[in-house]
Design a protein around this ligand. Sequence first.
Ligand code: TXA
Ligand code: MG
Length: 319
Amino acid sequence: MPVALVPASPAAIERAAQLLRAGELVAFPTETVYGLGADATNERAVAAIFAVKRRPRFNPLIVHVSDLAEAETLAEFDARARRVAADFWPGPLSLVLRRRDSGLSLLASAGLDTVAIRAPAHPVAQALLRACRRPLAAPSANRSGRVSPTAAAHVASELGDNTAMILDGGRTPVGVESTVLDLSDETPTLLRPGGVTLEALSAMLGPIAAPNVTALRSPGMLASHYAPVLPLRLDAEAALPGEALLAFGPDAPPGFAEVLWLSRSGDLTEAAANLFAMLRQLDRPDFTGIAVMPIPEYGLGLAINDRLRRAAAPRTGIA
Ligand code: TXA
Ligand code: MG
């Protein structure tokens, strides 16, 4: 039976915390996208996430904590990692660090000796973490291979039957997932561009390596990880018959069956916040495909283009 959306009142957050402590799954808003949360110290609860998402086992999850002090109980922070966390947490940045010996589920990091951790900034996520007093493993609350949810209704339509509760905190403000930065080695490596820009990170850390894409160290880098059903065409300059358009900037080319504006003013933050919701809105059999105008390759544009290229990539059947 589909689960009703519950407005994220203090009472609802308290109930959600109890469900999580009892090993149930709860979807909740973060500033990036909605997460499908489980007690990260409960191996069975974490396993349920993989089952519900139908996610391949080798894909490790992000563990959410309320603050740096809690994170330090789960992973090894050196001075550099502490400095980054102090500057960017709470916020849309996940740090991959070596696991410490703790009660953290092994499945949460898919058997790796590292774990991705972040302290989210969203007030509902923070309140939930504090009420629950457990770290929460939470991937984006979509079925594996689909677009991440930026509204509670997206979660309900994909996973509603399989969660104990969906906390509705409105639209997620950032709209793309967190940046995943690997600090487990000497060289900082960007595993996934996201809500914290590469420029902001390099300002603090100096040069940051690009991931070795063939190594698939971050399986979230799998080409077709974020795919709508319709074919997606990037850098579109003119309409093909029956196509819908995701426009960016003041002028959209004519002839599209429908046009949604990621941002009319060319604001990348607004575009990121709209990206997944608009992809969903246009992903209908009424159209032959979704075309996207060119998005500049800097700041949040890096994360937007990364998601768009994966969504446009040939389907591998893995994600
Ligand atoms: O914004 C976000 O990060 C959202 C919200 C809910 O916090 N979560 C999210 O989680 O996007 P998920 O599971 O959909 O993506 C996690 C990403 C994947 O690309 C995964 O491969 C990578 O983080 N990752 C997690 N643990 C890792 C590890 N130990 N080493 C390398 N990559 C890791
Ligand atoms: Mg995801």
